[in-house]
Structures are given as C-alpha cells and as structure tokens.
Design a protein around this ligand. Structure first.
Ligand SMILES: Cc1cc2nc3c(=O)[nH]c(=O)nc-3n(C[C@H](O)[C@H](O)[C@H](O)COP(=O)(O)O)c2cc1C
Length: 388
C-alpha cells in the first residue's frame, strides 16, 4: 500500500516526507521533483518568502542510482529561512525568552480552534504546522508518484480556473500538453490572456488595500485505465478519496467532479455520458464526460476532471477584528508575512494530491514489488478489457 507521512514546522529547520509502498525499479528523477517545487513557488501575488527560499528535496532513503529500491523513500526539504528563526523555533527550553508569543487570533486560520484544542498559549505553536508550508512535502510526494504513473501513460496537470470573480475561459480544444505549455507560461496559471490581465489587476488592488483573494483550480488526469477505485466499500471509492485528500488542503472549501454542483440542477438526459463502442480500437467510448471521469467510485477511462475552491488567505495586511487570547480584549488579527493570492500555487498542490490518490488506487489494482510486476499486471488487465 502506498502511504506517506509528513512532518515539519513552517519556520523549523526542515520538512520531512516519508513515502512507503513505491515498488522497486522505477526511474526517479529528483530534478523533476525540484521542478515541481519551483512551480509551487511561482505565481503573481506571492510574497517575500518565495524570494528567500528555493525549495529542493534531499533524498535520504529509498532511491539508489536514480531508481526506487522498494524501501521507504524519504525526502528532506531544508527551510532556508530557519537561520532567522533558530532561537524562536528552538527545541531548547532555555531559548523560550527569545520568542514573543502570538496572541491575536486570525479569523479564518487554525489559530483560535488550535490553541483551545491543544491548550497552548502561543498561537505560533498552531500556525507553524497549520501553515500551507506543509504542502511543500505533499508536492514532492505527488511529483514522485507522477513518475510511477507516467510510464503507464498517465499524466496529471493542475491549473487555475478562476481567481476572485474572474473566470478564465479555458479553451476546450487544448490537449493536456498544450494546456500545460499555456498555463505554465501564465503568471497566474490560466489559459486565457484577458483573464490573466484582470486577475493581475485585482491582485494589485488587493495588495494596496491589504486584502486577499481565493479561487478555483482544476486538475485533469489523462490516460487512466477504466476500473481503478471500487464501489464495493465506501472507503475504496476513487471520487470520495480524491475529495477527502483535496479538502484536506489548507483553505480548500469545496470539490467538484465533472459538472459537479451543476449536476444537481439539470436533468438526467442532459447529464449522463452516453455509451458507444469503437469496433476499430475494441473499446467502449463516451459521447461526453460530464461525470468528470468516475462512475460508481471507479475511473471510467475518460479524463479525470476535478475542481477545488480555495478561500482567500486568512492573514490580511488590513487585519479583521479579533480578540487577544491572553487578555480577552478586542484586538486586530495578527500579521504574519503573507501572500495576497496563492491560487497559482494551489493548482500545483492540488495536482500533487490528485497524483498521489491516483497512485494509491493504481497500485492497489496493479501493484507488485517491482515495476516489472506492476507492468505485467497493467498489461494483462488492458488485454482483458480489450477482449471483454
Ligand atoms: C498554497 C497556500 C498558501 C497559503 N498561504 C497563506 C498565507 O501566506 N497566509 C495565510 O494567512 N494563509 C495562507 N494559506 C491559507 C491557510 O493555510 C488557511 O487559511 C488555513 O490553513 C485554514 O484553512 P482551513 O480553514 O481550510 O483549514 C495558504 C493556503 C494555501 C493552499
């Protein structure tokens, strides 16, 4: 079973990711993982930290001479900013006096519920781990898993569908490679230059007024075979697992598969994807893909299309009303160094999360201890489906 754990505080010395269940024999290109970490750090509207830090993984287990060897794979990502936090984030009780506690809870962040739950006096003890810095580890893991899926023709891409009130008109004619080229070239990861201009203007405006912006990202996965995930038990359903994983992301507020909420507003005759059969390729086909690529908790073999809505960032440079947790007096929410808009990064993060969940379901169906075994199982199933 493919699984992972991450650890690390936002301003601690490093982030750690341990991934277990990667079969032996897969080519693992660490430069590609660092490429995805760089994608996560880009995007108009990001703040100072992105300038200080260039994230890179240091692989410390599970990879030898560019290949997985079947043992747990561990990545370390150094927090380069830690040099400015050595005393304030120290494990040594003698350094306590060096840190000024954060006591003004920010509405929208984990601050207030976190201190009450863990009985803590310094909001920093909460925000350090609640921070989306944690997603650096998840991007590294998703990027690794993309390298397991890629030899089987599966490709995953995240991009931005809207920021604030501006919706990008993403051309439906683009294939995944073209969509990647266009959205990666955009400063806000959209495939619509008009929308890009409007979004940049709105980010600039929010920067001036001390406000923040949310948005919606879309993840597409192509090349999926039919039948990963299962209907037989609730926790094996692919759609449910994707939604759980995506909603576990910081600031994620909603997930839609295919037509999503629109499916609840139209008729069955307008929604369901009619079935055909292509004699030449001996495969079942669909006349549309409104389902977004899953039916009954299983992949249909059509591209996966899933959207995630993220709320605006919680730290406002013009802070909202709050209360000091120590004095209980009215106060404005604390200001941490923060971005105006992180939606272009959220697209890369959602892509990684989807890749991981697809990897879990893929290896559940085709898994083995080596790539050879996985490839044999995969090929055998495709033949079985073709001969059905
Ligand atoms: C990529 C990304 C970057 C974020 N950066 C910030 C930030 O700089 N400042 C901030 O206050 N919140 C930031 N957040 C949002 C908080 O992490 C989020 O509000 C918090 O975790 C609570 O979210 P929840 O209610 O969905 O759990 C970011 C979220 C994401 C996905």
């Amino acid at each position: 079973m493919l699984r992972f754990l991450t650890a690390g505080e936002s301003h601690g010395p490093e982030l750690v990711a341990i991934v277990e269940g990667v079969p032996a024999g897969f080519d693992i290109d660490v430069a590609k993982i660092n490429g995805d970490l760089a994608r996560r750090q880009k995007g108009y509207g990001r703040g100072g930290r992105m300038l200080i830090e260039k994230d890179e993984v240091r692989p410390v287990s599970g990879i030898r001479f560019g290949k997985s060897i079947g043992s747990p794979i561990t990545f370390i990502v150094e927090n380069r900013d830690f040099k400015n936090w050595t005393k304030k984030m120290s494990a040594d009780p003698n350094d306590r006096a060096e840190a000024v506690p954060v006591t003004r809870a920010r509405p929208g962040h984990a601050d207030l519920a976190g201190v009450l739950k863990y009985n803590l006096e310094d909001i920093r003890d909460v925000l350090e781990r609640a921070s989306a810095r944690e997603t650096t580890a998840r991007v590294a893991i998703g990027s690794l898993v993309k390298q397991i899926l890629s030899p089987f023709g599966i490709d995953v891409l995240g991009y931005v569908a809207s920021i604030g009130a501006t919706e990008a008109k993403t051309p439906t004619t683009l294939d995944i490679d073209e969509l990647r080229r266009v959205t990666e070239a955009s400063q806000v990861r959209v495939a619509d230059p008009d929308a890009e201009r409007k979004i940049i203007a709105e980010i600039d405006e929010c920067k001036k007024t001390g406000d923040t912006l949310g948005g919606i990202v879309e993840v597409v996965a192509t090349g999926l075979p039919v039948g990963i995930g299962s209907y037989v038990q609730w926790d094996r359903k692919l759609d449910g697992r994707l939604a759980f994983a995506l909603l576990s992301l910081q600031a994620a507020k909603g997930v839609e598969l295919g037509l999503g909420f629109t499916a609840g507003r139209i008729r069955g005759s307008e929604l369901h994807d009619e079935i055909g059969y292509d004699n030449a390729s001996r495969r079942f086909t669909r006349h549309s893909n409104n389902s977004g690529g899953t039916e009954g908790g299983m992949s249909t073999g059509e591209p996966l299309r899933i959207r995630v809505a993220f709320k605006p960032l919680s730290t406002l440079m013009r802070p909202l009303r709050s209360v000091d947790i120590k004095t209980k007096a009215e106060a404005l929410g604390a200001i941490e160094r923060s971005d105006v808009c992180a939606i272009p990064a959220a697209a890369v993060i959602a892509e990684a999360v989807v890749a991981f969940e697809l990897g879990v379901a893929f290896l559940e169906k085709f898994g083995g201890d080596s790539m050879l075994e996985v490839a044999r199982n995969f090929k055998g199933f495709l033949e079985q489906v073709r001969d059905f």
